[in-house]
Design a protein around this ligand. Structure first.
Ligand code: GUN
Length: 300
């Protein structure tokens, strides 16, 4: 079997288009413009790239973008004071603090200072608990994007065997919660899992989120399974010339594509969905804040 390639780039563009339409309607009908504040502390080059893209796409869908760049030496107190201001600001519906933070800042303390209803990353302890207990929550963007692609491909996920490889708070754990909510039988596998190949081979849905380049070969994939590759790993590519690199996922695409029923590529799979879902979450937060119906098809 050769897999259907799930086009995350096109899917994300469609989501952004639907968000943009609803932003137009919110403005026209209610005079409201959703606003997203992004806070970056320090000069981490990868974070700078992400934050720039987030700002650009926020504006492209018609929302207000508020960018706060603080220098690497910013104190915890200063950062918490900024978050307090943003929590109180009625023009700000979503707040994102780009991670990782410099070492002297306490990440959990900072994240938990964000008002849960503005926590568009879904990392606040209250949103984590709400997701786990089936209450209305803000859901982390990357797993939300994966869920949307899975629902689009399968329709119902009920009863399917799902294996999530990786147990991070940002992807693995919330992904497992979302799959459980959609009535999958869920296994979370990780570095200490015994016989990982056999565990993966059970999966109708295999989500790889470990951050290790091409660690899952095609022969760990069940024939016809859906493979969602969350990994974005940069590796040397001497075949492209000296010093060149390329992006690969956590799955060995070339062998997995021969066995899977559907698979997300890297790049162009899960990656573009993350920012699209951030914008969807900002729209959701804005609708909830104003007592309006939630945008259809853009939430978990
Ligand atoms: N750094 C890497 N991924 C993320 C993310 O999803 N949200 C935030 N805030 N920081 C990140």
């Amino acid at each position: 079997m050769t897999a259907r390639i799930i086009d995350g780039k096109a899917f994300a563009a469609d989501i952004r288009g639907r968000v943009a339409e609803q932003v137009v309607a919110l403005k026209a009908d209610h005079g409201i413009t959703p606003g997203l504040a992004v806070v970056l502390v320090g000069e981490d080059p990868a974070s700078q790239v992400y934050v720039r893209s987030k700002g650009r796409m926020t504006v492209e869908v018609g929302m207000n973008s508020y960018s706060h760049r603080l220098d690497a030496g910013t104190s915890q107190q200063e950062l918490l004071a900024l978050i307090e201001d943003l929590n109180r600001d009625p023009a700000v519906h979503g707040i994102l603090v780009q991670l990782p933070l410099p070492d002297h800042l306490d990440e959990s303390l900072v994240i938990n200072a964000i008002a849960p209803e503005k926590d568009v990353d879904g990392f606040h302890i209250s949103n984590v608990g709400r997701l786990a207990t089936g209450q209305k929550a803000m859901v982390p963007c990357t797993p939300l994007g994966c869920l949307m692609m899975l629902r689009d491909h399968h329709g119902s996920l009920s009863g399917l065997d799902a294996v999530v490889v990786g147990r991070s708070n940002i992807v693995g754990k919330p992904m497992a919660q979302l799959l459980l909510r959609d009535s999958c039988t869920v296994t979370i596998a990780h570095s200490r899992t015994r016989d990982l190949p056999a565990v993966c081979r059970r999966a109708d849905i295999l989500v790889a989120a470990v951050g290790r380049p091409e660690m899952i070969p095609g022969d760990w994939v069940k024939e016809g399974a859906t493979v969602i590759d969350v990994g974005i790993n940069r590796i040397p590519a001497p075949e492209r010339g000296e010093g060149k690199t390329r992006l690969v996922g956590d799955v060995d695409f070339a062998s997995a594509v021969e066995r899977a029923g559907a698979i997300t590529p890297v790049p162009g799979g899960v990656g573009p969905m993350t920012i699209a879902c951030l914008l969807a979450n900002t729209l959701t937060a804005c609708c909830r804040e104003n007592g309006l119906p939630e945008p259809e098809g853009l939430t978990a």
